[in-house]
Design a protein around this ligand. Sequence first.
Ligand SMILES: Cc1cc2nc3c(=O)[nH]c(=O)nc-3n(C[C@H](O)[C@H](O)[C@H](O)COP(=O)(O)OP(=O)(O)OC[C@H]3O[C@@H](n4cnc5c(N)ncnc54)[C@H](O)[C@@H]3O)c2cc1C
Length: 505
Amino acid sequence: MFGSVRKCVNSCFVNTYIVLRNAKLHTRPDFTKNNFNVTRGYYNTLEENHIQFFYQLLGEQRVIVNVSDLERYNVDWFRHLRGNSSIVLRPKTTEEVSHILSFCNQNRLAVCPQGGNTSMVGASVPIFDEIVINTDLMNEIISLDDTSGVLVCQAGCILENLNNYVNKKDLMIPLDLGAKGSCHIGGNVSTNAGGLRLLRYGNLHGNVLGLEVVKADGEILDCLNTLKKDNTGYHLKHLFIGSEGTLGFVTKVAIQCPPKPKSINLAFLGLQTYEKVLKAYKLAKHSLGEILSAVEVMDTPTMQLVNEHLHLPSPIGDYPFYLIIETSGSNEKHDLEKLNTFLDLSLVKHFVLNGTVTSEPSKCQAIWNIRERIPEAFHKDGYVFLYDVTLPLQNYYTLVKEIREYMGNKAHRVFGFGHLGDGNLHLQITVKKYSPEIKSFIEPYIFEKVIEMNGSISAEHGIGFLKAKYLHLAKSNAAINLMQDLKDVLDPKGILNPYKVLPRE
Ligand SMILES: Cc1cc2nc3c(=O)[nH]c(=O)nc-3n(C[C@H](O)[C@H](O)[C@H](O)COP(=O)(O)OP(=O)(O)OC[C@H]3O[C@@H](n4cnc5c(N)ncnc54)[C@H](O)[C@@H]3O)c2cc1C
């Protein structure tokens, strides 16, 4: 029953990066400030003398003011939000970032730090006319110690490039996500990105050893520790991991890279019910142990969507649920033996109905393509409401069912998929056309449901602009007040990424 992946899947391989860029070419959203009724903060507006300062600092090539060139920095990946910034700065060094921030702080000019601009919560684009500081030219690898596995690099390095680089030394970046061809490591750190292998390698609070950060007033904070153990007082790096550019500007990252696995296997499985999905997951954990590296789930509407819009069919036919299970280890024979034992047991116990297994890199990539290109397929299905939440596993799919019922024919479709191993559900609702009425029908209802089910309203994408209004559902007043106090200490004039994370007044 477990054959190798069929040819049709193999031939569907497409470079994720190109796809992400192409997906951005259609429709132009309205300005966020109008759509979301936001009041501009008390900031100065850009003047000619400010632009002259930036020209002198960076040269004209690295200061973008041309209206058509500005568009891609003002609009988010989903094309839901649009800022109105009239300038993008592209520094190359920490010192340049420091000069920029010191100048902006003195002149009370708001800024929006930006990496690959793949944020899914509107964190990376300006809301009004904030100055965009993009890290795409901060792309130098500084050092790699192939014994300790510590990589030090600038914040603008693209995740996929970093992984290709460390692969040459038989190491890997302990983070992998669908946007890897576009997102920057500084953006990953600032969002505490999760991705496909968090289950195995943990999150960036553990893997990032040190950071260099520029504070709002331009002061350079050197916390670029490269040691695994360092208990010397407060661990300041943690403040910046996941703070979405609101507390400081990350300029350099030191990250621990584990050895690249020598043997990788991927199973694509079809299952009848969500209960069986849970049973198969539990069995996988127990049978595969230390070699289990990813467990992803998709429901049938998600698979249909990917097939319909991207012509990527299921390699095993149609089932209500699909699991992708990856093993990574150092001994092919040992890993395959373990995987086969798991697959045999899951069939005998009727947890799994059908499946296919491969270890061939191109076929593994073809399967990952189905999973990683899901967000692109939503683009083609109407306006997307995307909810990235965590739930206790017993409530994971209940939320999808309840929301599907609640939406009725108000939704075009409701989809559930995600990183099952981390309890991270991506629940997506597509509607034919956006309207404020439909948005207020869905929110805050959906977040209240998540909290009622003991979940978290953000699993890995952060709070950004879109969820700031609902932070109070997830955090106590005391916690929000302390967050605000920290913001006031580190950025007293509030110039760093305003309107994001903390609730607006
Ligand atoms: C197809 C697709 C799949 C995705 N899959 C996942 C996934 O599996 N897991 C996941 O966690 N996310 C995922 N994401 C979301 C997104 O890719 C991540 O949040 C990513 O970490 C953002 O990196 P970026 O460089 O694009 O940052 P941006 O989107 O440019 O910025 C994100 C936030 O970080 C801030 N920021 C960026 N650079 C800096 C810096 N140097 N210093 C300070 N602040 C900074 C920005 O101000 C903003 O608040 C996905 C997105 C897409 C489009």
